[in-house]
Unconditional design. Structure first.
Length: 163
């Protein structure tokens, strides 16, 4: 089990607070101690919250009903020809993104970290400098990359509500 899996597992079991989870994720994402002094002293960005998690599901309708009943989540928006749907959590607590698929059902597609002062192109360049050789897809709305174990990460404005 990777360190990120362990962090999420501990969070889900109540062993970590949300704040501890975010701090731990930030520690995993910051360059290793062996990196150059410039990389180690200046993070590529500052993550503040887990903005959302996107799950690959067999049925968006079934999952929407489940998360609505379990968490009070309400449909916010549809994307990608209705194969992705966002569900807002009550009280501006982030959101759950459901991606309908046939492969990887029951797995996390990606998780998103909400960033302060988000600027996609600028952050994309910072991430490229901090992690040479890592594929980075940056746009005005988000920056996508994969961690060393292949987990897909989306960096996004902490204010982004998925709509």
């Amino acid at each position: 089990m990777s360190s990120i899996d362990t962090l999420f597992d501990n969070y889900e079991r109540g062993r970590l607070t949300r704040r501890q989870l975010v701090q731990s994720l930030a520690a995993v994402l910051v360059p290793a101690a062996g990196a150059s002094a410039a990389q180690a002293s200046t993070p590529a960005g500052v993550g503040r919250v887990i903005n959302h998690v996107q799950l690959t599901v067999a049925s968006i309708d079934r999952s929407r009903e489940f998360y609505g009943t379990l968490l009070g989540a309400k449909k916010e928006a549809d994307f990608a020809n209705n194969t992705v749907q966002t569900l807002a959590l009550p009280g501006n607590g982030g959101w759950v993104s459901l991606r309908q698929g046939k492969e990887r059902v029951g797995q996390m597609d990606h998780f998103a970290i909400g960033m302060d002062n988000f600027n996609g192109p600028k952050l994309g360049e910072s991430v490229r400098k901090a992690f040479p050789g890592v594929k980075v897809d940056a746009s005005a709305r988000s920056v996508f990359l994969a961690d060393p174990d292949g987990f897909k990460i989306q960096l996004i404005s902490k204010e982004d509500a998925g709509g």
